[in-house]
Write a protein that binds this ligand. Structure first.
Ligand SMILES: [Zn+2]
Length: 285
């Protein structure tokens, strides 16, 4: 009775025809399976529930700046290994691996561009690069960008995404909090606007420094923004935390953010705020 028996033919290697892994993505907000191309054309915002999926710095630059106006600065800066730090692997190897994945030298891209015709200095962090952690290169690139903003009187915009200070650089990472804050104080004194955009997730040393120091602090919908993580806080104070704790909307309600802005309206909102703040005295007028 071998009528219905199929001959068993082993699969040869390389014969499997998988769908490309990046064709579909599950929305973490509503669980819907989304066609990648469709959400890409929507700046990675779920058309069903409005959940903001993470996007790369390159996409943010495309979203915020006028076409072909972005000119990157200090892309050549690389971290040293002052502590000769070894975790799972030596720090230089971690850096190399991160560079391979992201195509970037560190966790931030900085440069000059125009935004709706307004000349700006802009920086975008990359969470894929060792958790968007802030080491000496992130701090130095921001400090140099701030100096350019000061010299050219261009407003500064920073899109944050970070797990905090980079432990592999120890005290050198922590010094970047003071360094970036001092740079922002100079901008403040010179009355040059600085806007911080907090995206999912922004925590630790970045929240404790330039993340929250904007003349205006904007948050993307649903972004996790805080200093320590909810689990650490819960264990420390031994209390349950309220729903939506450390999300943009919660922070807005408690006065920590000025506005929660849909990514698709981010550029127009920034342009409106900058025009309002510069009011005839900035370079864009
Ligand atoms: Zn969704």
């Amino acid at each position: 009775m071998a009528w219905f028996r199929k001959p068993k033919k082993p699969l040869k290697s390389g014969e499997r025809r998988d769908l490309p892994g990046d064709l579909f993505e599950k929305c973490p907000g509503c669980g819907e399976i989304l066609y990648r191309e469709k959400i890409s054309s929507n700046w990675n915002v779920c058309p069903g529930c409005g959940h903001h999926l993470r996007i790369t710095p390159e996409i943010y630059i495309g979203l915020l700046t006028d076409e072909d106006t972005f000119s990157e600065r200090d892309a050549e800066l690389r971290s040293a290994d002052p502590l000769e730090f070894v975790d799972l692997k030596p720090y230089p190897a971690r850096l190399e691996a991160a560079e391979e994945v992201t195509g970037q030298g560190d966790a931030i891209i900085t440069g000059e561009a125009s935004l709706d015709g307004i000349p700006v200095c802009v920086a975008v962090m990359d969470f894929r690069f060792i958790g968007g952690s802030m080491g000496s290169v992130v701090g130095e690139k921001l400090a140099r960008l701030g100096r350019r903003a000061l010299e050219t009187r261009r407003p500064l915009i920073v899109v944050c995404a970070s797990g905090g200070a980079r432990m592999m650089e120890g005290i050198y990472s922590l010094m970047q909090l003071a360094k970036t804050s001092a740079m922002l104080a100079q901008l403040h004194e010179a009355r040059i606007p600085y806007i911080s955009v907090l995206t999912d997730p922004t925590t630790g040393g970045v929240t404790a420094s330039f993340g929250m120091l904007g003349d205006v602090n904007l948050g993307e919908p649903g972004a996790l923004v805080g200093f320590a993580g909810p689990r650490v806080i819960e264990e420390t104070i031994r209390q349950d935390l309220p729903d939506g704790f450390q999300r943009s909307e919660f922070l807005l309600e408690h006065g920590m953010l000025d506005r929660v802005v849909d990514r698709r309206e981010l550029k127009s909102t920034l342009a409106l705020l900058l025009r309002h703040m510069q009011d005839g005295c900035g370079p864009g007028e």
